[in-house]
Design a protein around this ligand. Sequence first.
Ligand code: NAD
Length: 269
Amino acid sequence: MGDRLKGKVALITGGTSGIGEATAELFVLEGAQVVISGRSNDKGSAIAQRLGDNAAYVHADVTQEEDIKASVDATLEHFGRLDVLFNNAGAPVRTTLDSISQEQIEQGVHLLLSSVMLGIRYAVEPMKANGGGSIINNSSIAGLRYRQGDLLYSAIKAAVTHYSKLAGVELGPHGIRVNVISPGAIATPIFWGGSERANTLTAEENARKMSKLQGNLANATPLPMSGMAVDIAEAALYLASEAGRFVNCHDLVVDGGRTSLFNESVHPS
Ligand code: NAD
């Protein structure tokens, strides 16, 4: 328990699973008041209840502009201000170069990129009213390297990173910092179909998948361990807190060294 976010109010999208859930827990432990937004009402309400009076849940689908706006409004209603926005919600986008369709492109862009752009848009006014704020966008090392994700997912995450840097230049004069985190492989339900699929499995089934995944990821990173959701939560805490006050337009890569590996063959045997 610390006070690195004492007095701060944060909105975390996709806060009902994985990285978003771990970040909500850490932020509350560090003194913040947190609104978790997401689509799993039962899970979101249970997490908010577990975290106590300094947490609240609001239903929001980040592919819907009105939901994004409503979650910012709900944060202001619940806790009176907005200091930190973590645009975190996401899911795998699965397509291939020769099967990609207009529909898949639009779905991917809505989920992973428009959500970030509109989240920033609606956070700016309340943050300006506070004299500043911290916006953190969850990107990916897939936006930096080949074969760390599907092509469409990777291209959209690269756009998230670039947009964040440009937004940080425009918003810096208002005291609003915009940064991205590029996680490497982090053990979360995203690897077995995302939280919606995880919600259909028993606790034992999810625990088994998590345990197997951690073993596999530990073998794919220079550090002999799997990245965990809390590793990204700690990065978000740094960017959200006073410790990160001079950090803007930055891509914080948290990947155990994975982006420095170069062992891919373009011509598989
Ligand atoms: P996760 O599946 O555990 O959590 C994703 C969350 O986003 C869930 O709560 C899900 O319900 C929510 N979500 C999905 N679609 C949504 C929508 N339309 N509206 C609102 N919420 C929605 O996965 P995670 O690993 O915690 O992923 C969080 C973010 O981290 C994603 O943006 C993902 O792309 C990024 N990321 C993850 C990894 C990794 O290895 N786990 C690596 C790089 C980047």
